[in-house]
Design a protein around this ligand. Sequence first.
Ligand code: BJW
Length: 251
Amino acid sequence: MLASPFASRTLALARGREPVVALTGAGVSAESGLATFRGADGLWNGRDPADLATPEAFARDPHLVWRFYDWRRRKARAARPNAAHLALAALERQRGAMRVVTQNVDGLHQRAGSASVLSLHGTLWRLRCTAENREFDDERADLGVLPLRCECGGLLRPAVVWFGEPLDPAVLAEAEHAVRTAALVLVVGTSSMVVPAASLAPIARRAGAWIVEINPDRTPLTRHADEHVTGRAGDLLPRLVAAAGFDVEVA
Ligand code: BJW
């Protein structure tokens, strides 16, 4: 068996009974074949995906933004939860006292079996009518003619949070409560550049949590974390779960 790359304090907290929070970003789904936002692979048709995730982009060209989200839905539907999603779900099932707070909209944590997911940026699988402000689930594989329209004639949009839009205050308050009361916070696969999500680890740290960042690269959080473990989530999270003494489900 490979030696654990994690500090003994991390393993003791993972083994213990005090609350754990996993704060996740696009990197956790990278090994499922879903592109991250930033970096060399973070391009869609020559565009920066983050430039398409704005209300201004939608107002300018709803057809273009809908093609981006239709593509994302197709990719997410075809993807499978990877070893990182499964390891977090296995940890939650066996240890309890755990929450996943994700910026991802792909639904892969839920499909892996995590029951305690807080989705900060919404989900690909819900739509909102821009005229009536009404939301409903929509898991169709084929959306048909884009941009989508509501029965009322208004434009439909994905129920995700774009730049400049507020997060659901109830979801954000629950996430802040989770990190304030956590003993261990695992920050996995996020560039920690987008607020308010990126403020959650500093909030946790000020409240006394032990912060562990899992990422192949350094981020603005790295120098503030108690431990930075360099590598891929799909390699490292199963090793963390096993080294803490729990069973790991294999992808
Ligand atoms: C791996 C890996 C492997 C790879 N294993 N790791 C100046 C101007 C305008 C706005 C602002 C401004 N300054 C600040 C703002 C606020 C803005 C913001 O933060 N901007 C920054 C860019 C500066 N934030 C907002 O606008 C937020 N709202 C807000 O603040 O509201 C205030 C308000 C209050 C009241 C009224 C009105 C407003 C909203 C932010 C919403 C972000 N939305 C998106 C799209 C969601 C829908 C969708 O998915 O399409 O969320 S943008 C995009 O970024 C997406 C992501 O969730 C988010 C974060 O990205 P993430 O997950 O970190 O991905 P990457 O690609 O950045 O990083 C991946 C990481 O994985 C990398 O580090 C890799 O190394 C790593 N990795 N392989 C482990 N195998």
